[in-house]
Write a protein that binds this ligand. Structure first.
Ligand code: 5GP
Length: 190
């Protein structure tokens, strides 16, 4: 398999990006670089998060610590440049997976034209909202804020030039969605 693949997942929270990223990590030795964020820790966050104050984030931004960054709702998110570069050179790692806003994807694509952007969208917004509520990993108030901008965020994501996957969230659709992701990633790289 080609090494140094960069896969940017985008799409609204709760659509399953983390779930599919984990499967890529397990099956193909991909890695998630460190995300620096000013948002609060969630119970279902992975270990690749660094939580910082807004002041520190802005200081890091000024110091050029990020390969890309963005603001979503009131919080900052950035991919740590050093960690990103180091991850790309790790011996047993075949590629990186990033979970980014549309502008973060465009920024990565600008620097790494071979990066693949994969947008995962819910085939129906209703299940996504139900899932955000049922997974109970963030306050209801936060879910409401995300839900309020959901359609706007989806139309923003749809402007990207990339592959789109419309996902369902039922056990028998997970494998199908994962196969679609594999097909997109490896269609030219196998
Ligand atoms: P969440 O708070 O649900 O983890 O992420 C909120 C939004 O920020 C999602 O659309 C997610 O894709 C995006 N996001 C998460 N981490 C990063 C990052 O490091 N950089 C950028 N640009 N976006 C991120």
């Amino acid at each position: 398999m080609e090494k140094g693949l960069i896969i940017c997942f985008t799409g609204p929270s709760g659509v399953g990006k983390t779930f599919y990223a984990k499967r890529l990590i397990e099956k193909y030795n991909f890695i998630l670089p460190t995300i620096v964020t000013t948002r609060l820790k969630r119970t279902d966050d992975g270990e690749n998060y660094m939580y910082v104050s807004e002041e520190l984030f802005l200081q890091m931004l000024k110091n050029g610590s990020f390969v890309e960054w963005d603001k979503y709702l009131d919080c900052y998110y950035g991919t740590l440049l050093n960690n990103f570069n180091e991850s790309l050179t790790l011996k047993n790692v075949n590629g990186l997976i990033l979970d980014l806003t549309p502008s973060g994807c465009n920024k990565i694509k600008e620097i790494y034209p071979l990066a693949k952007i994969i947008t995962i969208l819910p085939d129906d917004s209703n299940w996504l909202i139900k899932r955000l509520i049922s997974r109970n990993s963030q306050p209801l108030e936060e879910i409401e804020r995300r839900t309020a901008i959901l359609e706007e965020y989806i139309s923003e994501v749809k402007k990207l030039e990339c592959d789109f996957i419309y996902a369902n969230y039922s056990e028998n659709s997970w494998d199908k969605t994962f196969k679609e992701i594999e097909r997109i990633i490896f269609k030219t790289a196998k």
